[in-house]
Design a protein around this ligand. Structure first.
Ligand code: C2E
Ligand code: CA
Ligand code: CA
Length: 711
């Protein structure tokens, strides 16, 4: 029989079983092992979900840690066994379909959070216990004095039986009594504690309030206090405790003794330190990882005035090739070697090196003169990479690209700084690599806006942030306005009005150009109808609309255009679609088919920017175009006087060829009357340019056309 493959539910159950077996022996739960497993199952499920959740959720893992305390897993071994189990099996049983490296990182963060939740719950529970003991002690207050000497039975039982350390001292600090648990915490020897004075137990890590609270208590100004405190054991090691000290008063209410309750937190602290280290260091190279680096950068960036920072963002050139050709093991060893070399470059105080992931490293320097230092740091790093790395008897050459960001604290967030460094690093890479570049706020801004614009384009269309300006097309013979070209703009909430050159390429890249282009067509056609209604039939204005190559390829083009015209009640003759020359170069019949269909219906097709590509003039015959739009560059060359005779000849030649093919010629970019006159003489039909009008709102065009018709 072939075993059924396990489903996720089976694997989760298996994980819970392993976990319960590991922890059950060290719990003090009244449950049986299978019952205990049932109790762990929902916790396992939470961990499994947190492992695969899209964003890291520390709370879930903390809750699991706390639930362990509730489930009577208060023995320190219960936590460490649980963590070992999570470490070894969680990814294995619950993380089947994710990228392993990410899951491992996530898993160690979960362990950290779990331990934190456990520690906190345990601490709260211990506090509650301490409180109860203190209450018991206080209740016995009347007899405490005797108890110290005459062994009051109940107090003695609490005192000796307690799992936490209990000690009693007089108000001068002389230790009178300690229980066994407290003695064991200090290493066993009675002489280590009894007969000593409390004030001797100072420790370098004492928080400032520790001794202030103590003085208040022994003066009788305070009933109790709670602190975290370290003690030196006789053998030189450190004991960390949660310490609660209460004041005991005599029957008349006068302060008489102090009662200390202490819980040993050394193990938990070490565990936390270890987990913290693991969560903040890269397992492969031992360097600080992204988390720690961000913490550090954040601190540096929020430092006061006159503080500056310098950051080198290094990415190895061609690392992927090494990894792919020599294998991951070799790649890993290379990274370790690089990490070592980097570390030796940043040894001064205020300097730090970290690995962000993959083959990306950062080096940070701080202080007041980072402008010079960061350059030197980058140079040291480049230098450190020069010597080849020997792996498996091969000499590998390592190269890297560095993006440098330097500046004052307090202006940017860590994410902004890192993004700037990243962009700059890419600039170094695209300049050929093996070099460093300094961040340039302008280049950054361009790249950042580019990215931002791309992501906000779709919403912009929905929110109606686009609008259209119209630029008149003027007949060169009689200077009448014959129509207008629709030019789209984006009123961006932050950047103001953006021209099409800023976003059309992005819209083409993302495909948004199709709905955007449809919208432009719809608006422009509607506008054309409005002009026609207002102008009457005396001078029917036509509308030119630009089409992107993507729109040409879109199967809905013909139908959409027909629908739009019909809905607006505008005849096809009123519309001219402008297509760039480059979009049609090498176009086969399939691509031309929709254009041909549109042309057959009576829509004009204009070849835009003519003369900028390398069109084969003979090719023109094949295309369904009826208008040539001569590129601005021809007009520009007529700016000087007298115009270049060769240019004039070229334009003349194009015009006569166009006319012989029955194509009308429109010229763009006419800025002066002299140009207009020259182009008229050369035989051009229509002109467009600032000389007549800049692109503007639709009403302006209406006025121009009216002036024209009446004047
Ligand atoms: P284009 O089709 O060549 O449009 C003419 C461009 O020349 C416009 O720039 C216009 O403002 C500018 N211009 C007009 N007269 C003069 C002049 O006398 N001197 C100078 N120096 N420039 C002049 P704009 O509006 O920035 O448009 C740039 C390009 O964006 C357009 O070039 C067109 O290719 C594209 N575009 C504009 N709107 C759309 C649209 O709705 N869809 C598509 N696909 N592309 C569009
Ligand atoms: Ca155009
Ligand atoms: Ca053009």
């Amino acid at each position: 029989m072939i075993a059924e493959p396990d489903g996720p539910e089976d694997r989760l159950r298996r994980f819970a079983t392993i976990w319960s077996r590991a922890v059950f022996p060290v719990t003090s739960t009244p449950l049986t092992r299978p019952e205990f497993e049932e109790q762990l199952l929902p916790l396992a499920r939470r961990l499994s979900e947190a492992l695969r959740a899209r964003t890291f959720d520390a709370e879930a893992a903390k809750a699991v840690g706390a639930a362990l305390v509730d489930a009577h897993c208060t023995d320190p071994d219960a936590l460490s066994h649980s963590l070992d189990c999570v470490d070894a099996y969680l990814v294995l049983y619950c993380g089947e379909d994710g990228p392993q490296e990410d899951l491992r990182t996530r898993c160690s963060r979960l362990q950290h959070a779990m331990a934190a939740g456990y520690a906190q719950a345990l601490r709260e529970r211990t506090l509650a216990e301490q409180e109860a003991i203190a209450q018991a002690a206080l209740k016995a207050q009347g007899v405490v004095a005797q108890a110290l000497h005459a062994s009051e039975a109940r107090f003695r039982a609490v005192f000796e039986g307690a799992a936490i350390g209990i000690g009693i001292a007089d108000l001068d600090g002389n230790v009178l009594q300690v229980n066994g648990a407290l003695m064991r915490m200090f290493g066993g020897g009675e002489q280590a504690v009894r007969g000593r004075n409390v004030r001797e137990w100072t420790h370098a890590d004492d928080a400032p309030q520790v001794w202030r609270l103590y003085e208040e208590l022994v003066r009788g100004d305070r009933e109790h206090y709670h602190v975290e405190k370290a003690f030196c054991r006789p053998d030189g090691t450190v004991l960390w405790t949660n310490l609660t000290v209460s004041l005991l008063r005599d029957a008349d209410g006068n302060p008489q003794y102090q009662l200390a309750l202490m819980e040993d937190t050394t193990e938990r602290r070490l565990l936390n330190l270890r987990l913290r280290y693991e969560a903040t260091h890269d397992a492969l190279t031992g360097l600080p990882n992204r988390t720690l680096f961000f913490e550090r950068l954040e601190k540096v960036l929020s430092a006061g005035e006159n503080q500056r920072f310098g950051l080198c963002y290094l990415d190895l050139d061609g690392f992927k090739t090494i990894n792919d050709s020599l294998g991951h093991a070799a790649g890993d060893r290379l990274l370790v070697e690089v990490a070592d070399r980097l570390q030796s470059c940043a040894t001064a105080p205020g300097e730090m090196v970290a690995r962000l992931g993959g083959d990306e490293f950062v080096a940070l320097t701080t202080g007041s003169d980072t402008r010079r230092e960061v350059d030197e740091l980058a140079a040291r790093i480049m230098n450190a990479l020069v010597a080849p790395v020997r792996i498996d008897g091969r000499e590998l050459t390592v190269r890297g690209s560095i993006g440098i960001v330097e500046g004052p604290a307090g202006e940017r967030s860590p994410a902004e700084v890192l993004r700037s460094a990243d962009i700059t690093m890419y600039r170094a890479k695209s300049a050929g690599g093996n070099r460093f570049e300094l961040a340039d706020p302008e280049a950054d801004a361009r790249a950042i806006t580019r990215h931002g614009l791309t992501t906000s384009l779709p919403a912009a269309l929905e929110r109606g942030e686009f609008f259209i300006e119209y630029q008149p097309l003027v007949h060169l013979g009689d200077s009448s306005v014959r129509g207008a070209e629709a030019l789209v703009r984006w009123l961006h909430p932050q950047h103001g009005v953006l021209g099409p050159d800023r976003f059309i390429p992005l819209a083409e890249h993302t495909g948004l150009i199709v709905p955007l282009g449809r919208w432009v067509l719809e608006q422009s056609v509607r506008q054309a109808r409005e002009w026609r209604e207002r102008n009457g039939d005396t001078s029917p204005l036509r509308i030119n609309v630009n089409l992107s190559p993507c729109q040409l390829n879109h199967p809905g083009l013909v139908q959409d255009t027909v629908d739009i015209l019909e809905r607006a009640g505008v005849e096809p003759e009123a519309l001219c679609l402008e297509v760039t020359e480059s979009a049609l170069i090498g176009a086969d019949d399939d691509l031309l088919k929709p254009l041909r269909r549109l042309a057959e219906m009576g829509i004009d097709i204009a070849l835009d920017d003519f003369g900028t590509g390398y069109s084969n003039l003979a090719n023109l015959r094949r295309l369904p175009v009826s208008v040539l739009k001569l590129d601005r560059s021809f007009t520009q060359s007529m700016q000087q006087f007298p115009a270049d005779p060769v240019d004039l000849k070229i334009v003349e030649g194009i015009v006569s060829l166009a006319h012989s093919l029955d194509l009308a010629v429109t010229v763009e970019g006419v800025e002066t009357g002299a140009q207009a006159e020259q182009l008229r003489i050369l035989g051009c039909d229509t002109a467009q340019g600032w000389y007549y009008a800049r692109p503007g709102p639709p009403d302006r065009l209406h006025e121009l056309a009216l002036v024209d018709a009446t004047g």
